[in-house]
Every structure is written in C-alpha cells, then in structure tokens.
Design a protein. Structure first.
Length: 125
C-alpha cells in the first residue's frame, strides 16, 4: 500500500473560532477577540460582502466593541447574510489587518462542497 502524501504546511496567519449568534447578533468568542486585541469601545466598520460578514477596526466606524468585549452584528448585515439566532458562524481573524470575517453556514456549504467534489470526485451537492 502506498504511503499517504503529507498535506501542505499551513501558510496562512488567520486565527479561527466558532460562535453561535444570539438573538441580538452577538459574536462571543473571547479567543478571537484577544487575538485581534480589540478593546471595549473600539470603533468598527461592519458590512456584508458576497455573503461574508466583514468587520474591520476603523476609527470612523459606526459600531463599537461592547463593554464586555463582544461584537454585535447589525440586523441589516445579518439579514443580507441570512443569519438568525442560533446560527453558528466560522470566524477568521486577521490581527495584522485588524480584520474579522464571519462565514455563514451557507458560505461554508459552498466552500466545503467545492473542496469535497474536487478531492472526492463527483458533483457538488
């Protein structure tokens, strides 16, 4: 039996986490927030881009990190990304860029299906 090929060494610098959104759209992952070093009151720009929720530190941002160190996604962004209470999102933090990206279940389905089709063969589901 042939030896398995080692997977590629990690090249990215992102930190990852998973958070369950509450009814107000709160992201509550302390590890991610520590990695980003965003303190309470940090101004943020929050927007939707192609189904992703993009949160960036921005001195002119309309939103802020809460006193307890959480990020609340605005209702409009949650609506555009089709996120509801109880949905789990994959968080990708890029500390060097002061950036957080939340991936919805729908986006994850698309990404994972494409990779599985490529690796395992066959059609995407």
């Amino acid at each position: 039996m042939p030896l398995a090929k080692l997977s590629e060494k990690r090249a990215g610098s992102a930190g990852y986490g998973v958070s369950t959104l509450d009814a107000s759209g709160r992201i509550a992952d302390r590890t991610i927030m520590r990695a980003l070093a965003w303190a309470a009151g940090q101004r943020l720009d929050i927007r939707e881009s192609k189904g992703l929720t993009v949160v960036a530190a921005d001195d002119n941002g309309l939103f802020r990190v809460t006193k307890r160190g959480y990020v609340h996604l605005p209702a409009a962004v949650r609506h555009w990304c089709r996120l509801g209470p109880g949905d789990r999102v994959l968080l990708a933090a890029y500390p060097a860029a002061d950036l957080l990206v939340a991936h919805s279940p729908a986006v994850l389905d698309t990404l994972v299906d494409a990779i599985h089709a490529q690796v395992l063969g066959g059609e995407q589901s």
